[in-house]
Write a protein that binds this ligand. Structure first.
Ligand code: ARG
Length: 466
């Protein structure tokens, strides 16, 4: 269907007819890339200052550009900026408005640059800011986790393998396992930040520019570590977005594991923890319900980030150098990955310090599944049995307890001695939950004094962060 075509584009010169109205909408990115407006202005200010320093712009022209961009920034924050789909993207919207406001100098801003290096710069600036916010949320969540762990170094819960009761552990120890996942996520995020923090500005369309630009000046003004090395790579590289999405996918995957545990633990069947009402919702039909919505939703949102990672890898696959319009498709996945991981971390950081553990329920559960069977085997080994024989002896004792529906610690000394004569009255110490925890007394183990020390080390690591 014919729609009215537009002629108001910035490349008008070469074209004999305007862009098809549908094509214009189809190819536009302004609806989503206006999110980078602030960074686009920062980049333009640095570029203009550099053009002045190398003599391409006059003092007056620079000052006009600065005044115009300041006004545009205001218009954008106040929601008064006249965004236009006809101007395709954030870059052309701002440049065109600048020319409207200040005339000739506005037309000179684009000297020695292209939207290709401009957009590559804007995304990096935007992502760098987002990374710094996300890093703060990770640290806040880690502080919450470690704080809760410190209060529960001696709170006993069943540790699981295969979701079957395995051995008793400290609840604080379990929480510190979450902290380790996040510690690695943080370090991955910092790796990504370090590698992406270079400035593509000056690569221009793909080959560089014939103006006497100073790329070191713009890189430094924008807080980048250095200018990028190769102009072709500069305008086409989106590895950093893939790296960020890999970080986001893995962090969300970790949050989904924590979520899953919270969902299990808040169920009536486990009853290990309570979440404050403000992180839950009820049911419109079942009056008794209190649903753990926040962890469930975080678990569900993992699909987004994992999908975005694959989208970006596929976007880049087989692209010839240098810039291709395909790259416009990098923004929506990247932005959504940023929002998803940031908001999920925020929800967790708010929620975790307010988790209310039910120590009695955890203890009862730890008593149920023969969590100290390994401790009995270890006891027999201390009395001189080879471990495999001890394993066999304890297996038979557990068999009897299963039949009689009692715990190992409820057998009498005589009954235990029937399984092996080396068992003495000191066995009961080994069979208590406390004794079991206390025995695992080495770095990384669940003994409460080790967990206390691990909390201190974990906090000390947070202190070293910038
Ligand atoms: N909107 C474009 C993007 O997001 C900006 C760069 C366009 N460059 C070009 N030559 N078409 O990638």
């Amino acid at each position: 269907m014919a729609e009215e075509n537009s002629k108001s584009t910035l490349w008008g010169g070469r074209f004999s007819e305007g862009t098809d109205a549908f094509v214009q909408r189809f190819t536009a990115s302004v609806t989503f890339d206006q999110r980078m407006a602030e960074e686009d202005i920062e980049g333009s200010l640095a570029h203009a200052a550099m053009l002045r320093a190398v003599g391409v712009l006059s003092e007056q022209e620079l000052s006009d550009i600065q005044t115009g961009l300041a006004q545009i920034k205001n218009e954008i924050t106040e929601g008064a900026f006249p965004w236009s789909i006809e101007l395709e993207d954030v870059h052309m919207n701002i440049e065109s408005r600048l020319t409207q406001l200040i005339g000739m100098a506005g037309k000179k801003l684009h000297t020695g640059r292209s939207r290709n290096d401009q957009v590559a710069t804007d995304i990096r600036l935007h992502l760098r800011k987002s990374i710094d916010l996300i890093a703060t949320e990770i640290t806040r969540l880690q502080r919450g986790i470690i704080g809760l762990a410190q209060q529960h170094t001696g709170t006993i819960m069943p540790g699981f393998t295969h979701l079957q009761t395995a051995q008793p552990v400290s609840f604080g120890h379990h929480l510190l396992a979450w902290n380790e996942m996040l510690e690695r996520d943080y370090s991955r995020l910092m790796d990504c930040r370090e590698r992406m923090n270079v400035c593509p500005l000056g690569a221009a369309a793909l080959a560089g520019t014939s103006y006497p630009i100073d790329r070191h000046q713009t890189a430094a003004a924008l807080g980048f570590r250095a200018p990028t090395e190769n102009s072709l790579d500069s305008v086409s590289d989106r590895d950093f977005a893939v790296e960020f999405c890999a970080f986001a996918a893995l962090t969300m995957t970790h949050l989904s594991r924590m979520s899953e545990e919270l969902v299990l633990w808040t169920s009536a069947q486990f009853d290990f923890v309570r979440l404050p009402d403000r992180f839950c919702t009820g049911s419109s039909i079942m009056p008794q319900k209190k649903n753990p919505d926040v962890p469930e939703l975080v678990r569900g949102k993992t699909g987004r980030t994992n999908g975005h990672l694959i989208s970006l890898l596929t976007l880049i696959k087989s692209q010839p150098l240098a810039y291709n319009k395909d790259n416009q498709e990098d923004k929506e996945p990247l932005f959504d990955a940023i929002d998803t991981v940031r908001d999920s971390l925020r929800a967790f950081a708010d929620m975790v310090p307010n988790i209310e553990p039910n120590a009695e329920s955890m203890r009862q559960a730890a008593m149920k599944g023969f969590a100290t069977a390994t401790d009995l085997a270890d006891y027999l080994v201390r009395k001189g049995l080879p471990f495999r024989d001890a394993h066999e002896v304890v297996g038979s004792a557990v068999g009897l307890c299963v039949k009689r529906r009692i715990d190992l610690s409820e057998l009498t000394l005589e009954e235990l001695q029937a399984f092996h004569s080396s068992i003495e009255s000191d066995v009961f110490e080994a069979l208590t939950l406390e004794g079991s925890l206390k025995a695992r007394d080495h770095i990384g183990g669940t003994a409460p004094r080790q967990v206390t020390a691990a909390c201190e080390r974990a906090l000390a690591r947070l202190e070293t962060r910038a």
